[in-house]
Design a protein around this ligand. Sequence first.
Ligand code: PEP
Length: 247
Amino acid sequence: TPGIRPLIAGNWKMHGLAADGLALARAVAAGATAGADLVVCPPATLVAAVAAALAGTPVATGGQDCHAAAKGAHTGDIAAAMLADAGARFVILGHSERRAAYRETDPTVRAKAEAAIAAGLTPIVCVGEPEDDRLLGRAEEVVADQIGGSLPPGFGAAGGVVAYEPVWAIGTGRTPTEADIAAMHAMIRARLVAAFPAEGAGLRILYGGSVKPSNAAGIMALANVDGALVGGASLVAEDFLAIAAAA
Ligand code: PEP
């Protein structure tokens, strides 16, 4: 989108021990070019170390989830302020793997996004339709509902990021057609402008789902695609950097 600086976010998921995670983060920082903002989202155990290793580089660090509460009796969970304290600037929320495995609903994701913003983090809120909804022709309706339910009022002012990730495209090597991506992103843009009149036109909408160096340029060139959320390919520094170079 003209005037929007692209964001390329790497979702490492549950990959990375200290040695390989730090090596990956350093390799990304060493190859970072000026054309896009970069963020890597390591597992929670590595957020502090990766953020420290990336200090002074243009690459930011993010978490992969946070709890909606500021603190409390939530064994195993991590508060947004803890991520910020560890050096994170972003947090991925409502990833389809969490919506599926932990039954995260739109209201849950919205509460988490609110907590993230309160802690000074930029939320990257994921939306995306399961394959049966795509086949039944209701993908845009499903995603519009997720947008309506998952974004808190402060999302626009906080510079929140939306990631459109069709569930069936994640880790499968399959992607929607470029026309389908463009149509979905145009719908999301319209919803953002309606919900956040002051900021909606400038918020970043990422595409995610089997983004690779080979398809990145075509996808990144589409209207209203302002970067990518990258899973598998973010674990290989040269692939992640090649995607960033295509943005
Ligand atoms: C993701 O899970 O956010 C993702 C986009 O995964 P992949 O790139 O591996 O499809």
